[in-house]
Write a protein that binds this ligand. Structure first.
Ligand code: DHB
Ligand code: MG
Length: 223
């Protein structure tokens, strides 16, 4: 399809199924005003995360890559009153925008924004209650590290979602040298081969273009 055609379908689906929300729209506006890249998940994908949290009965969510907290707000809203989101952001300027957006959305109290490189922060989370859902949306080069921690910090039954698994088709190129695509492919190979995961993936066409999302379940092999 042409980009006009799939953008029209994305706008139609967003309008029909997602609708409008002041706090989410203000979060995107402030993120843009602060000069952060407009790479937050599309509204239909934000709602997918939200529904996955609800469908899985998640109480504890781990997000790797906060950006301006657009997806974080969606996830937090899918949790019961005693739920908690831990979200990790490497860029302090992004974390500041995220905290303000969470505050306005009324979710600051149950979302912990941890600043730092996820590869450094994740080991510090070991030993706590397991996470029920993990959303991986940070530097793609590190996806296998993040998946390993998702299995370790989760439990059998934990839902794992990985963003950006399509990359405009580049993901199907075995000769790619783009480190982000290499990292994405390594993560997908791990989801296919590592017995701790049972996974699938869907391509997406939305306002961000042609991309996709992988969805995995942590298996009994992780216990
Ligand atoms: C990029 C990163 C993302 O997480 C995304 O959803 C889209 C683009 C990027 O780094 O280009
Ligand atoms: Mg992403």
């Amino acid at each position: 399809p042409t980009s006009d055609a799939y953008r029209a379908v994305d706008a139609y689906l967003s309008e029909t199924l997602v609708g409008h929300d002041p706090a989410l729209e203000a979060a995107v506006a402030d993120q843009d005003a602060a000069g952060l890249p407009s790479i937050e998940v599309a509204p239909v994908n934000g709602k997918l995360l939200h529904l996955l949290a609800r469908m899985s009965g998640a109480r504890r969510v781990l997000e790797i890559g906060t950006l301006g907290a657009y997806s974080t707000i969606w996830l937090a809203r899918g949790l019961p009153p005693d739920g908690r989101v831990v979200t990790i952001e490497a860029e302090p300027a992004n974390a500041a925008v995220a905290r303000a957006n969470l505050e306005r959305a009324g979710e600051r109290g149950r979302v912990e924004v941890i600043e730092g490189r996820a590869a450094d922060v994740l080991p510090t989370l070991a030993g706590g209650e397991p996470f029920d859902l993990v959303f991986i949306d940070a530097d793609k080069e590190s996806n296998t590290i993040y998946l390993d921690w998702a299995a370790r910090l989760g439990r059998p039954g934990t839902v794992v979602v990985v963003d950006n698994i399509g990359r405009s088709g580049d993901v199907a190129d075995p000769d790619t040298i783009d480190p982000r695509v290499v990292g994405t492919r390594a993560g997908l190979a791990m989801l296919g081969d590592d017995p701790r995961f049972d996974a699938t993936a869907l391509q997406t066409l939305d306002r961000k273009g042609w991309d996709g999302v992988a969805i995995a379940l942590v298996t009994d092999a992780a216990s």
